[in-house]
Design a protein around this ligand. Structure first.
Ligand code: SF4
Length: 420
């Protein structure tokens, strides 16, 4: 399936107050300020502490996958010292993800307001946006917003875009820190105590774009209430949609009746396979899902069409993820390739299935927490859940059978997708 993506045309609104403007085009600065007001003053310590308290009370958290509390992250950056660079991460590594692109293409000023607020809170010396070099629609919207802000002299700190190579791991936080500090855009291990800022003389703090939009709302003069909404990229046979859903929305309400599925990939290619019946009545809400041992990850919900085989699709995803590593650490150099071969054997079916299954059960635990970043951990997690959820499909494949009626790939990989 080839996806040509104009996410702004595919955004749906389920909440009254919204991160998105109405309509499907970029809000310019005048329209943005008419709807969201101007920035609240952040002139002194009392202003800054008041905003930080609001962020804390609103429970703003990371929306890129880790879901870490933003106030804790900001406080640890303040302790690490002033003079750093705060980065908005607009580089979605997942080929199926589009929520941050949708946000940048419709409401860039809200993300930039959040970015400026975090810059003020942490006494940064500069601000930046990290974006894939071939994300042309996003870059064009961003450039328009930069120009309007420069003309209106809004930003007190220098603001620039950093162009990232289009690779899965180049959007990983430590890769961004590494590149902004002068290294390559590949992940790097940082000691735990300096994780918030990275190491070195020019500390770097990375925030997800949706997270910054929520902070931007709290930093707006119209006294916006914290939004209990989540942006979700929904991948279906009919295309890819970005939806903003309120916290009481269930998965059954999120999916169209025309998208029946027995299994769902939740959180993207480093996420988890789940049985539809286990989540149908769960809320699309990170804290609620955590109670079930689940996560929205990078906000991707992909119901597998019943016409497609979960083993074959998992095999394609693992092969692609193996190709995306930075080839620096053992689990990626050796482990992911072995994993890809064994999953391929399951997908191919026949007598090799049992041997491949034994090797997978043996090797999967050995790959966890062994890399400098969490890339292999995500692949292991997704594969482990595939083995559970598709157990009956594995039995079929062993007998050289398969439940699929379609041979068309469902999940996009990089070569099949146009940059947004
Ligand atoms: S774990 Fe893999 S992707 Fe992460 S830094 Fe090491 S080689 Fe690169």
């Amino acid at each position: 399936m080839t996806l040509t993506l104009l996410p702004a045309n595919e955004i749906r609104y389920d909440v009254g107050n919204s991160l998105f403007p109405t309509g499907s085009r970029r809000f310019d600065l005048t329209e943005f300020e008419a709807r969201f007001g101007s920035s609240i003053p952040l002139e002194n310590n009392a202003d800054l502490e008041a905003l930080l308290s609001r962020i804390e009370q609103a429970g703003v958290h990371g929306r890129g996958g880790a879901h870490f509390p933003s106030a804790v992250k900001i406080r640890s950056a303040i302790l690490a010292g002033a003079g750093g660079t705060v980065i908005a991460n607009a580089a979605e590594g997942e080929p199926s993800a589009a929520k941050d692109a949708a946000l940048w293409q419709t409401n860039p000023h809200l993300v930039l307001r959040g970015l400026a607020a975090v810059g003020a809170l942490t006494q940064a010396k500069s601000l930046g946006v990290w974006v894939h070099e071939d994300s042309y629609s996003t870059r064009s919207s961003m450039a328009g917003a930069f120009k309007e802000r420069a003309a209106a002299e809004i930003d007190r700190l220098p603001l620039r875009a950093y162009l990232a190579p289009h690779r899965y791991v180049s959007g990983e936080a430590s890769a961004i820190i590494n590149a902004v500090q002068g290294g390559s855009a590949v992940p790097k291990f940082f000691p735990t105590k300096s994780r918030a800022w990275g190491e070195g003389n020019a500390p770097v703090l990375v925030f997800n774009s949706e997270t910054l939009a929520h902070i931007g709302l709290l930093a707006s003069s119209l006294n916006w209430a914290p939004l209990e909404s989540t942006l979700v990229t929904l991948l279906t046979l009919n295309g890819r949609y970005v939806r903003e859903v309120s916290s009481d929305t269930t998965f059954a309400e999120l999916l169209e009746p025309s998208d029946p599925a027995e299994h769902v990939l939740l959180g993207g290619y480093g996420g988890q396979w789940v049985n539809w019946q286990d989540i149908a009545h769960s809320r699309v809400h990170e804290a609620s899902l955590a109670g079930q041992g689940l996560s929205l990850g990078a906000g991707i919900v992909a119901p597998l069409p019943n016409s497609h085989c979960g083993l074959i699709e998992t095999s394609r995803i693992v092969e692609w993820m193996a190709s995306q590593s930075a080839q620096q650490c053992g689990p990626c150099i050796f482990g992911l390739q072995w994993l890809a071969e064994d999953i391929q054997a399951l997908a191919a079916g026949g007598r090799k299935v049992i041997g491949a299954l034994d090797r997978l059960n043996d090797r999967l635990p050995q790959l966890m927490k062994r890399g400098a970043c969490s890339h292999p951990d995500g692949v292991v997690r997704m594969t482990n859940t595939a083995l559970e959820v598709f157990a009956s499909e594995i039995s079929l494949h062993r007998k050289n059978k398969c439940s699929a009626s379609s041979t068309q790939p469902f999940f996009p990989t990089e070569s099949e997708i146009h940059a947004v």
